[in-house]
Design a protein around this ligand. Structure first.
Ligand code: ADP
Length: 627
C-alpha cells in the first residue's frame, strides 16, 4: 500500500512531537480522551436535532485498555466515528487552517509553545508510541477504515472491519529509554491516576479493566486476581464542585484539558452566582497572547452550558470585545437547551450573565493590579493593547470601565504606571497630564520637546503603542486633569512674565519668521520663537487635535488616509544657529536664508522620525555649507 505523506508543515511539527521537547508526555491521554468525549458529544447533538435517534446514556463511554504483553494501549469510544475522508482530513493534516507559520528557529526549538498554540491533540500520541493505528466506523456507515502511521514518514489508510460505530486507537508504546520509562503508560495504577488528574469531569464514563484481589469462593484467606471493569472518572464537572475542594492545579488542568490555551493561566475566577440569575462559571486570564489574537481570525467567546450540557462552543455575546482574551465556560440552569443562536442574543438571562461576568473580570484585573503587580504587567504586555482599543472603540463608550486598568511608561519612575499613580504624584501647580508619543522609550527620551516639561520636575508618560495616543485623546481627561502632548503648541507652562518676554521676541523677529514661513509654504503653518527648546535649535509642534504621531499612524494604515497635522516650526532664538539666520536676513541674502531654513526644517522632520521629502537635496544642502 502506498504511503501518503503528511503536509510539509505537519511533518515538521510531527518531528518535534516525536523527539518531544514536551516535558509532560502523560498529557497524550488527556488529548485522546478529550477527542473521544467530543466525538460522543457529536452523537449527542445529532440526537438532539433528530427525533428518530435516541441518545441512550448507557451506550456511550470511553474505554482504556492496557496490554502489557503486546505493549499496546487502546483508547476506544462509541462516538460519531470518522469516514475514510475524515480520517484523511483530520489526521493527515496538522493545524487545519494551514496557518502553522513558524516565525523563527527559536520558536521551533521551543516546541512547547508551538504545540500549545495549535492544539495538535491527536499527534501527542507519537510522544509515547512508535505506531498509531486508528480504526473508525462513522455513524451511518457500514464500512470501517484503518489509518496507520509510524510518524513522520507518512500514513496508510485501508478498509477494515469494525462491528460498532466509533473509534479505536491503538498505541504501540515505545520501548523504555534511559530518560523515559514508557512502561508506565501500560501500568493500570499510573493510567488511573493520569485519568483522574486530567479527565475526571469528562461527562461520559471512562472505563478501564482493573485487576483486584478477591477472596476465592468458599474461602476466607485464599485470594485470586479478578479483572473488573470500573469507571475511573467521577463525571462531576469541576464548576459544580466547591471552591474549597479545588486547588490552583485543578483549575490549570481544566484549562489545559479544555484547550483554552497551553500557557499557564495567570489567574482564574470561579463564580457561583445565585442572585437574580443563577449560573456557575470558570474564567481564565491567559498569560500569553494567542498567535492569532490581534487578527480577524480570532474569535472571542465562552463555552456555554445549559445545566451541564454544552450548547455552544464560543458564545461571543458573553464577553465584551475589550475582554475578548478571557477564556472559560458558563453553565446556567436558566437557559433552554434548544435555544438557537439568534434567540440567545436576545435572551434576558444571558444579558444579565454577561453583565455580571464583565464586572467580575474587571474586579479580578483590578485585584491583580493592586496585589500582584508583576502578574498584572505580564497580562498587560499580552493584552494591554486590547484594553486601549477598548477605550478608543465605540466612541469611548467604555473608557470609564477601562481607564483605571491602563498602564503607561513614566519618565520619572522608568516603569509602567497607572493614571491614578501619575495624578497622585502631580505637583499642585501642574495643570495637565503630559505625554509624549513615539516609536520607543529610547527615542522619546531624546525628543527636544520633552526637556522643558521634565525640567519643571513634571512626569511625562511615554506612549509607544500606535493606539496609545488615540486612546488618550478619547479619555480626554482623567480626574479632571486634561492630557497634553509635549508637542502641542501651548504647554500651559509659562508664567505671565515668560509670556511677555516671548511675545517681545516674537515681535522682534517677526519679519524673519515671515520670510521663513514663505520658504516653507505648504509645509508648516507657522514659524515661531520656541519657548520650550533648551539645547536643540529646532523642533516641530502641532496645533489642533491631530499630532505628528497620529499623522504617521493614520498614513501607515492599509487604506492610508492623507491627513496632515498642523505643524509649527519652532526656533530656539538663543541658539547660535539663529544668529546665522538673522545675519542672512539682515544681509538680504535670500539664497542663504532659504538654505538654512530648509536645513532646519528637515532636521526637525528627522527628529520626529518623519521622512525628509527630498533626501538628495537635503544632503546636497549639507555639502553646500561644508564647502
Ligand atoms: P483537535 O481535537 O484540536 O481538532 P486533533 O488533532 O486532536 O485536533 O483531532 C483532529 C480531528 O480528528 C478532530 O477535530 C476530530 O474531528 C477528529 N478526531 C480525533 N479523534 C477522534 C475520535 N476519537 N472520534 C472522532 N473523531 C476524532
Amino acid at each position: 500500500m502506498a504511503k501518503k505523506q503528511f503536509q510539509a508543515e505537519s511533518k515538521r511539527l510531527l518531528d518535534m512531537m516525536i523527539h518531544s521537547i514536551y516535558t509532560q508526555k502523560e498529557i497524550f491521554l488527556r488529548e485522546l480522551i478529550s477527542n473521544s468525549s467530543d466525538a460522543i458529544d457529536k452523537m449527542y447533538y445529532k440526537a438532539l436535532s433528530d427525533d428518530s435517534l435516541v441518545f441512550n446514556q448507557g451506550d456511550y463511554f470511553i474505554k482504556i485498555k492496557a496490554d502489557k504483553a503486546n505493549r499496546t494501549l487502546t483508547i476506544s469510544d462509541t462516538g460519531i466515528g470518522m469516514t475514510q475522508e475524515e480520517l484523511e482530513n483530520n489526521l493527515g493534516v496538522i493545524a487545519k487552517s494551514g496557518s502553522l507559520a513558524f516565525k523563527n528557529e527559536n520558536e521551533l526549538k521551543d516546541g512547547h509553545n508551538i504545540i500549545g498554540q495549535f492544539g495538535v491533540g491527536f499527534y501527542s500520541a507519537f510522544m509515547v508510541a512508535d505506531v498509531v493505528t486508528v480504526t473508525s466506523r462513522a455513524f451511518g456507515s457500514e464500512e470501517a477504515f484503518k489509518w496507520e502511521s509510524e510518524g513522520a514518514d507518512g500514513y496508510t489508510i485501508e478498509p477494515a472491519h469494525k462491528d460498532t460505530v466509533g473509534t479505536e486507537i491503538v498505541l504501540k508504546i515505545k520501548p523504555n529509554t534511559e530518560d523515559d520509562q514508557y512502561d508506565e503508560y501500560l501500568d493500570e495504577y499510573r493510567l488511573r491516576s493520569i485519568i483522574k488528574k486530567y479527565s475526571d469531569f469528562i461527562r461520559y464514563p471512562i472505563k478501564m479493566d482493573v485487576t483486584t484481589q478477591k477472596a476465592k469462593e468458599g474461602t476466607e484467606n485464599e485470594f485470586e486476581e479478578v479483572v473488573e471493569e470500573q469507571t475511573i472518572n467521577s463525571m462531576v464537572p469541576i464548576w459544580r464542585k466547591n471552591k474549597s475542594e479545588l486547588k490552583d492545579e485543578d483549575y490549570e488542568n481544566f484549562y489545559h484539558e479544555k484547550r483554552y490555551g497551553f500557557d499557564k493561566p495567570l489567574s482564574h475566577i470561579h463564580i457561583k452566582a445565585d442572585g437574580a440569575v443563577v449560573y456557575n462559571a470558570i474564567l481564565f486570564i491567559p498569560e500569553n497572547t494567542p498567535f492569532d489574537y490581534y487578527t480577524k481570525e480570532y474569535e472571542k467567546g465562552l463555552e456555554l452550558y445549559s445545566n451541564g450540557v454544552l450548547i455552544m462552543n464560543k458564545c461571543g455575546d458573553l464577553l465584551p470585545d475589550y475582554f475578548s482574551f478571557v477564556k472559560g465556560m458558563v453553565d446556567s440552569e436558566d437557559l433552554s437547551l434548544n435555544i438557537s443562536r439568534e434567540m440567545l442574543q436576545h435572551d434576558r438571562q444571558l444579558k444579565l450573565i454577561a453583565k455580571n461576568i464583565q464586572s467580575k473580570i474587571k474586579s479580578q484585573l483590578q485585584t491583580l493590579l493592586k496585589d500582584e503587580r508583576e502578574k498584572y504587567e505580564k497580562f498587560y504586555k499580552s493584552f494591554g493593547r486590547q484594553l486601549k482599543f477598548g477605550v478608543y472603540n465605540d466612541y469611548g463608550m467604555h473608557k470609564e470601565v477601562l481607564q483605571d486598568l491602563l498602564l503607561f511608561y513614566s519618565s520619572k519612575e522608568k516603569k509602567l504606571v497607572t493614571l491614578d499613580e501619575y495624578i497622585s504624584r502631580m505637583p499642585e501647580e501642574q495643570k495637565y497630564i503630559y505625554y509624549a508619543a513615539g516609536e520607543s522609550v529610547e527615542r522619546i527620551e531624546k525628543l527636544p520637546q520633552i526637556e522643558v516639561v521634565t525640567d519643571k520636575g513634571y512626569e511625562v508618560l511615554y506612549l509607544t503603542d500606535d493606539i496609545d495616543e488615540f486612546a488618550v485623546k478619547m479619555i480626554q481627561s482623567y480626574k479632571e486633569k486634561e492630557f497634553k502632548s509635549v508637542s502641542s503648541g501651548d504647554l500651559g507652562l509659562e508664567s505671565d512674565n515668560d509670556k511677555e518676554q516671548s511675545d517681545s521676541e516674537e515681535n522682534a523677529n517677526k519679519e524673519l519668521f515671515e520670510a521663513m514661513q514663505g520658504v516653507l509654504a505648504g509645509k508648516v503653518s507657522k514659524v515661531k520663537a520656541s519657548k520650550r527648546l533648551k539645547s536643540h535649535p529646532v523642533c516641530l509642534s502641532t496645533e489642533g487635535e491631530l499630532t505628528i504621531e497620529m499623522e504617521k499612524i493614520l498614513k501607515s494604515m492599509p487604506n492610508g488616509q492623507d491627513v496632515q497635522a498642523d505643524k509649527v516650526l519652532e526656533i530656539n532664538v538663543n541658539h547660535e544657529v539663529f544668529k546665522s539666520l538673522k545675519d542672512a536676513k539682515d544681509a538680504s541674502n535670500q539664497e542663504k536664508l532659504e538654505l538654512y531654513t530648509n536645513l532646519l526644517y528637515n532636521q526637525a522632520l528627522l527628529i520626529e522620525g518623519l521622512p525628509v521629502s527630498d533626501p538628495v537635496e537635503f544632503t546636497n544642502n549639507i555639502c553646500k555649507i561644508m564647502v
